[in-house]
Design a protein around this ligand. Structure first.
Ligand code: GSH
Length: 205
């Protein structure tokens, strides 16, 4: 397979770098930065007209949307991370879309307003709203992991676990997982995988 991943490792491109490492796929990494010096430049807009990273070129097919790229990579590579059946593929897609629609935005807002932004710019109302928004989906994730042997699909680590863990990553400094032992155990095990360590080391933090 010929794979190029565009986007700095500190962006959502980390998701695709991790997936390539897990799947044992060789890739070229082009660390495109955000904004006018990178993702908004005409040559990059020709790859991703949204002006965002990541994007990927997989055997000549250009894809954007980080979690969709991962589902595609797993499907092409096969092996234990990939769906073994159409039913598993449906479940892996379901969890990936769930993470983006139910968790990602609120988790990112929480990270920004609890940790990343300078204190003067943090808004407690955003923290309160994001915390409230995340209550129900985190209870769903906790319940599922606790009742399905600690994995999302097929009783094994799959691309679905990787995709969802990449959204839960934004909660790493929050206290929201304190009463969620199944999520904590699952997340810590995912991040302890050699491929995760190798990829996340590229972030340099
Ligand atoms: N849903 C997209 C989101 C992509 C996205 O927002 N990427 C950020 C970096 S993590 C970006 O490029 N931001 C720069 C901008 O929006 O100008 C995905 O998962 O790939």
């Amino acid at each position: 397979m010929s794979i190029t991943i565009y986007g700095i490792a500190k962006s959502r491109a980390i998701r695709n770098l991790w997936a390539c490492e897990e799947l044992g796929l060789a890739y070229t990494h082009v660390p495109v930065v955000y904004g006018p010096m990178g993702s908004r430049k005409p040559d990059f807009l020709a790859i991703n007209p949204n002006g965002r990273v990541p994007a990927a070129d997989v055997d000549g097919v250009i894809l954007w949307e980080s979690l969709a790229i991962n589902l595609h990579l797993a499907r092409k590579a096969g092996g234990p991370l990939a769906p073994e059946s159409v039913d598993e593929e449906g479940l892996m897609t379901m969890w990936s879309m769930w993470a983006v629609t139910e968790v990602e935005a609120a988790a990112l807002a929480l990270l920004q307003h609890e940790t990343v932004k300078p204190e003067a710019e943090r808004d407690p109302a955003v923290v309160a709203k994001s915390t409230e928004t995340l209550k129900a989906p985190l209870a769903v994730l906790e319940g599922h992991l606790a009742s399905h042997g600690g994995h999302l699909v097929g009783n094994r680590f799959t691309i679905a676990d990787l995709n969802v863990a990449c959204c839960v990553f934004y909660l790493r400094f929050s206290g929201l997982l304190a009463d969620k032992p199944a999520i904590r155990g699952w997340y810590e095990a995912a991040m302890a995988r050699p491929a995760a360590k190798k990829a996340f080391a590229l972030r340099g933090d």
